[in-house]
Write a protein that binds this ligand. Structure first.
Ligand SMILES: Cc1cc2nc3c(=O)[nH]c(=O)nc-3n(C[C@H](O)[C@H](O)[C@H](O)COP(=O)(O)O)c2cc1C
Length: 376
């Protein structure tokens, strides 16, 4: 059998194959952020569909970092019973599951937290043409930085208690950790920012230390890292690559390589459209391949992977240890099982991003094409 279907490890965690469901928000938790039946169905279908490791959608670690009304929460202990049911169902399907720990930073939803709602960021960036949200936000105080570090650590401890096999920090796509890393959004002149890359990575490293202290030495701690922003003046790949190397050296157990702050149009984001030929697949391949050469921890490649042959080529050439997919598995949660059983059809996802449009409108996750067909 292809090496794609051989078990592989992250630390001591054995994963049944090299396929990862990249984190995918589902807008299907209840209003407090607890697990619902809709989510149970989504995750069960993925696990039964043959995936090795599922990374949940963005799960907020602190109320100030919430981005959607029906977003999953790991910010308080009352979420643990629901999450336990979720991890149990996934394990029964033979898959492993990591929770994606998230804080939106300046992108946080304005409607939570009452009148003194704090929208927190590393810095305030005056006249930022790339800031796509309404309303204002402010730079965190030193105490607030430490409070959020503590919140990430506490969330990881809850994850462990709820039966997750690992945690993944969301360090991409323009949210809090991305905002710390980017020279465009981190204008701080203290130990948390400025021109020095090391300082812009301090938040990531302190979060890692706090998590390690709380969950012990053996629990896998992963990060999805945005290694380049989508506009001039943002993070450049040269620094993004150095950041990936520094984080691997500081102890993170696996890296998933993605986009940083979004620029204009889908070409300057993590979810590109019109991936209709093999050449357009795996659009972060070059970044990931370069980083893979520099680090000794497992690396996941994500972004536009649609064909079995492309996945096999990536793994057989050693360009990544895992291939990670989001949109194809919304439409076909069974895709990996099909591939394993010899049906190697190209993913039928047309990368139209209407799944995303639905989420933005507040509807739960599903493939808009499939939904349209069902109605029609
Ligand atoms: C509907 C939708 C929700 C997503 N939610 C998340 C998320 O919660 N966390 C995250 O890191 N990326 C999220 N992403 C990005 C995907 O994980 C992935 O990086 C991107 O879609 C490219 O992979 P793909 O071409 O296989 O879809 C989301 C993408 C889509 C389309």
């Amino acid at each position: 059998m292809s090496t794609l279907f051989e078990p592989v490890r992250i630390r001591d965690l054995e994963i049944r194959n090299r396929f990862v469901r990249s984190a995918t928000g589902d807008h299907a938790a209840d209003e407090k952020g607890s697990v619902t039946d809709t989510q149970m169905k989504i995750y069960k279908a993925l696990a039964d569909g043959g995936i090795g490791l599922i990374i949940t959608g963005i799960t907020f670690v602190h109320n100030s970092g919430r981005i959607m009304p029906h977003q999953a929460s790991i910010a308080s202990n009352d979420c643990i019973p629901g999450l336990k049911k979720l991890t149990k169902a996934v394990h029964e399907g033979g898959a492993k599951i990591a929770v994606q720990l998230f804080h939106a930073g300046r992108a946080a939803l304005r409607s939570f937290g009452g009148e003194d709602q704090k929208i927190l960021a590393p810095s305030f960036v005056p006249g930022d043409p790339y800031f796509p949200y309404s309303g204002t936000y402010r730079a965190m105080t030193e105490d607030e930085v430490w409070d959020l570090i503590d919140a990430f650590g506490d969330a990881a401890l809850r994850a462990q208690e709820a039966g997750f096999d690992a945690v993944q920090l969301h360090g991409a796509h323009g949210y809090l950790l991305s905002q710390f890393l980017s020279p465009f959004t981190n204008l701080r002149q203290d130990q948390w920012g400025g021109d020095d890359l090391e300082a812009r990575l301090r938040f990531h490293k302190e979060v890692f230390r706090d998590i390690r202290r709380k969950v012990g030495n053996d629990y896998p701690v992963l990060i999805k890292l945005g290694v380049q922003d989508g506009f001039p003046g943002g993070l450049r790949f040269r620094e993004g690559k150095q950041a990936a190397k520094a984080l691997a050296e500081s102890g993170f157990d696996a890296l998933e390589i993605s986009h940083g702050l979004r620029g204009q149009g889908p070409g300057a984001t993590e979810f590109r459209v019109k991936i209709d030929t093999v050449d357009k697949e795996a659009y972060f391949r070059d970044w990931t391949r370069q980083i893979k050469k520099k680090v000794s921890v497992p690396v996941m490649m994500v972004g536009g992977i649609r064909s079995y042959e492309v996945a096999e080529d990536i793994i057989s050439k050693g360009e990544a240890d895992f291939v990670s997919m989001s949109r194809p598995l919304i439409r076909e949660p069974n895709l990996i099982r099909d591939w394993m059983e010899g049906d190697r059809h190209r993913a039928t996802c047309i990368s139209c991003n209407q799944c995303l449009e639905r989420l933005i409108k507040g509807k739960p996750l599903c493939c808009a094409q499939t939904e349209g067909r069902k109605k029609g």
